[in-house]
Design a protein. Sequence first.
Length: 75
Amino acid sequence: MKVLTKTYYVCEICGRTSTVQDRIKACQESHKLLEDPATVVEPQYARGEPYPTAIKVIFGDGPVRSYGLRWEVKK
C-alpha cells in the first residue's frame, strides 16, 4: 500500500480549496474587500427596528450590492 500526502491551499476569504497555489492566490485577489476606503456601506432601517434590515454596499470601482434580512430568530 502506498501512502500519499496532498497539500491543499485555502482561500482565507471564501474557503475555496485547491491543490494549485496560484488558483487560490487568484481567488483571494478577486474578492472585493470592505476595507477599501472607497467602499461605502449604507444601512437601511425599517420603522421600529433597532438594527438594519438591509445593507447597501457601493464598491469603489462602481458595482453596488444590496443584502437584506430574509429571516429572523425570535427570542
